[in-house]
Design a protein around this ligand. Structure first.
Ligand code: WQD
Length: 339
């Protein structure tokens, strides 16, 4: 049985990827420092797959701890690296926390992969690297724009570090550039657990519908888009998880055509904020309190994926749509709140 390490494996996307890996027959080892999640997620994964993954609480910023982990677990067929800080706004206020966590951790991880001849590496990247696209849908050849936040910069720098290591070592890597992950597993046993006030749209919507938030603020309806609100590519987190299984399989089978490749992982469909609000009301039957307010600084107007490369080279295509994702997000919210 092939064994894969998932760093940040108790996080939102990480936990869904662990489930997808186990369903695909992989043995999984999880590292997480629990800084942005709860150990209860391990129970949720186990309840879904009936297979408790190996879990080690570990902070990847501590070089000696990372080395000790790999002394114990060095017969790995692949590594999927999620563990990172990911709040755009927080990264602007605390850049050093982001550079230390997101860059140092990656370097220590790659050093151990090299020391133990672990050559298959999947990296959690983001469409943030594109900034405001020049044309849409956006493909992987689009220019990388100057980062608009330290968080986005850590994703760009990380891709460059991985690429450079691939060119001078046995490492093979794939960076998956996520668009906007939303939704939850159909069992509602795992899902998104934002700490504090949600920054992202869909968890704020579900918390508003659950009565936890008074109303959703729509950050601007005066953009140059059909209904004036920003457009994004909302991808179901289970589809996103399944893309990681396809990517790690490609490297393990040595079917990669390059040492380092990047893939856009989205649905290829753009939806505006107001379209998401209306879709949520339609799918759930809940009326959503929302009001239009000023624009949020740093928001790009519109971004959605050209998914041709992932469809053709990964053999992956999103199987779920926005309404599936919103229905699953609402089911998860109701489960968490006991509604
Ligand atoms: C989506 C749209 C907001 C909240 C960020 C990161 C990206 C990834 C996903 C980590 C925008 C609008 C939002 C609200 C709103 N993060 N909105 N009211 O900014 O596209 O992407 O999160 O990997 O890297 O950049 O996602 O969900 O914050 O915003 O109107 O209360 O919803 O203005 O147009 P975003 P988001």
């Amino acid at each position: 049985m092939k064994k894969v390490l998932v760093t940040g494996g108790l996080g939102y996307i990480g936990s869904h990827t662990v489930v997808a890996l186990q369903n695909a027959g992989y043995e999984v080892v999880i590292i997480d420092n629990l800084s942005n999640t709860s150990i209860d997620v391990l129970e949720g994964i186990t309840e879904i797959t009936k297979t408790p993954p190996v879990f080690e609480r570990l902070d990847l910023r501590i070089k000696s701890d990372v080395a000790a982990f790999f002394q114990k677990h060095n017969t790995l067929d692949g590594v999927i690296h999620f563990a990172a800080s990911k709040a755009v706004g927080e990264s602007v206020e605390k850049p050093l926390l982001y550079y230390e966590n997101n860059i140092n951790s990656l370097v220590y991880l790659l050093q151990e992969c090299k020391a133990h001849n672990i050559s298959n590496f999947i990296f959690s990247s983001s469409c943030t690297v594109y900034g405001e696209p020049d044309s849409l849908p956006i493909n992987e050849e689009a220019p990388i724009k100057d980062a608009t936040s330290p968080y986005g910069n850590t994703k760009q720098i990380s891709e460059e570090i991985i690429r450079d290591v691939c060119h001078v070592s046995a490492l093979k890597a794939i960076a998956l550039r996520y668009f906007n992950p939303v939704g939850a597993h159909k069992t509602a046993l795992i899902g998104e657990l934002p700490v504090g006030v949600p920054q992202n749209l869909v968890p704020f919507i579900t918390q508003t519908a659950a009565g936890i938030r008074k109303e959703l603020s729509v950050f601007g309806a005066d953009y140059n888009t059909p209904d004036g609100s920003c457009i994004r590519d909302y991808i179901h987190v289970v589809d996103l998880a399944e893309a990681h299984v396809k990517a790690v399989e490609k490297l393990i089978r040595a079917e990669n055509t390059a040492k380092f490749s990047v893939f856009n992982v989205g649905t290829g469909q753009g939806n505006s904020v107001l379209e998401v609000v209306h879709a949520f009301e339609e799918v759930t039957g809940e009326k959503l309190n929302h009001t239009i307010v000023d624009r949020r600084p740093g928001d790009v107007v519109a971004v959605y994926a050209d998914t041709k490369k992932a469809n053709e080279e990964l053999g992956w295509k999103a199987a779920r749509d926005l309404k599936d994702a919103l229905a699953s997000a609402w089911a998860w919210e109701k489960k968490v709140r006991g509604l």
